[in-house]
Design a protein around this ligand. Structure first.
Ligand SMILES: [Zn+2]
Length: 204
């Protein structure tokens, strides 16, 4: 499996292009379409996944879905975020109303899409609609886990106690590396320390 990281102009959010056998999954949609089309090249896109609804991660989702003709997978609660001009945190009050290309994930589950096995975990706290995806030991964590930090819990849709529960859940997920919504990837060891620190911090 090959993982490529693209960095957007919008709060430097990451888009991941994950490839296996010439098939591609895209995680998050903050980079302009052209940049993603160039990165994908002639490979076949088989699905788009959103880690949560914040605009720096979701802005171009319908453009990607239309271009590559594939569904957008996301936590069911994303509807509340995308249609709420305060919760989506777009720079100009834009919302995303057109959800016909979405396939909603309701419970923790495993999706098999083409050659990819994707384990999905609902991870509220930063935002009620956060979903983390485990693919071959790589956890795509959106704004839940960062290098020496976790996602903000002071935003609309945030919940500190949900973040605590999410950290407890992720502690038990069998990942080797974490790929965050912003910044560089981190190892399991780094995240084990990080999670421990923030579990203490959140219950203070
Ligand atoms: Zn966010």
């Amino acid at each position: 499996m090959n993982i490529q990281r693209l960095v957007s102009n919008m709060l430097e959010s990451n888009v991941y292009i994950i490839e296996k056998d010439n098939k591609v999954i895209i995680i998050d949609c903050g980079c302009e379409l052209e940049m993603v089309v160039n990165a994908v090249g002639s490979r076949k896109v088989v699905g788009i996944f959103l880690t949560h609804g914040h605009y720096d991660h979701s802005k171009y989702c319908n453009q990607y879905a239309e271009k590559f003709n594939v569904p957008i997978y996301a936590n069911k609660k994303i509807c509340e975020t995308l249609k709420d001009s305060e919760a989506i945190y777009s720079e100009d009050g834009s919302i995303i109303n057109d959800l016909k290309r979405f396939k909603f994930i309701e419970n923790d589950c495993t999706l098999n899409i083409d050659c990819f096995k994707i384990e999905c975990f609902s991870c509220g706290g930063h935002c009620s609609c956060c979903e983390c995806y485990l693919i071959d030991g790589n956890l795509f964590a959106g704004d839940v886990l960062f290098e020496r930090s976790v996602g903000r819990t002071d935003l609309k849709g945030s919940d500190k106690s949900e973040m605590y529960d999410t950290l407890c859940k992720l502690e038990n997920v069998n990942f080797e590396r974490v790929f965050s919504g912003h910044g560089e990837g981190t190892s399991r060891e780094e995240q084990q320390k990080n999670i421990k620190v923030y579990k203490r911090f959140l219950t203070r």
